[in-house]
Design a protein around this ligand. Sequence first.
Ligand SMILES: *Cc1c(COP(=O)(O)O)cnc(C)c1O
Length: 370
Amino acid sequence: MTTPRLEIRLDRLADNATTLIERLRSRGIAVCAVTKVALGSPEIAAALVAAGATSLGESRIRNVERLRRGGVDSPVMLVRAPLLSEIDRVVEFADLSCNTELVVLDRVAASARRQGRVHGIVLMVELGDLREGLMPGALHAVAQHVIDQPGLVLRGIGTNLACQNGVVPDGDNMGELSALADGIEQQCSVRLGIVSGGNSSNIAWALDPSSDIGRVNHLRLGESILLGTDPVGRSPIDGLHTDVFTVVAEVIESQVKPSQPWGSVSYTAFGDGVEPDASVHPMRRVIVALGQQDVDPTDLVPPPGYAILGASSDHLVLDVGDRYVPVGREIRFGVGYRALLRAMTSPDVERVICSATALVGIEGAPTPST
Ligand SMILES: *Cc1c(COP(=O)(O)O)cnc(C)c1O
């Protein structure tokens, strides 16, 4: 097999999805599984739907088209606002989209009428994180505008926190979302099917038995299912696998060298200063064929006992302690969201979907969690 490669354990992904979907179902919350970091992979989407996701979420129309070409026929929600230049494709391939702009809504409505379709709208409301969303005071008028437009159906409202400014979902902002849903239903005489509380950063709030879930009945989840982590505390979620994805790369140099550089020292290839340190000792330094072009090296988890000393475009340097690690050996790394995103989008990283047993016995493999 080629390296670097990104190995994807679909069985662990399915476990994570099943566990989270079940836990949230008991709180009355449906899961829209967000596949954007997997670039609309039909295999991953199929596993998420089989695990009980009621819909799929994508940020880019190109990924929605990839899902459709791959035979995925579940409802797909575009979680980023449609681009004016892509309206017809959005109406054709996505069932619903998150919106805030009247000009976009009008163009979506016109396209839906032309195509003989009805497009679902979730209006996003700003609750403090200052990324997308209408200010709460503007919501009613836009909701009425959607209701009045043939070609559109107002499916619900939603919000998105903890992305731009790290504002955490809590009883206050979620309570406000519920109150806005009630208000729109009363003033506009509609029923809102979807009250979408947010993304993976809502998990802790949603699963806390003391939280008042209110009207929230929908979350859009990517990271928590795919990586098993809660973005708020950057912590693993109890009972989930954090090793669905693994980056595998190959050793190209393994040499005993001094622990400190010598010569007059300036900046490194990526501009970081080098920490001076008086204690120079011999150590084994291993170079792995993996770099900034493939992953975000600061977001990799090396095998136990290995430490990442630094990375440039194509070289990752490791301290491997007392081990002898020969040239050609494959080393396995865990990934965070940023490393995963770059590995997914790098043309040089092969993506391999693995069965349950294929990885057993490979050097440096994270301890199996099944
Ligand atoms: C990316 C995104 C999500 C999913 O976020 P995760 O943290 O991966 O769960 C949900 N909603 C919107 C609007 C997004 O952009």
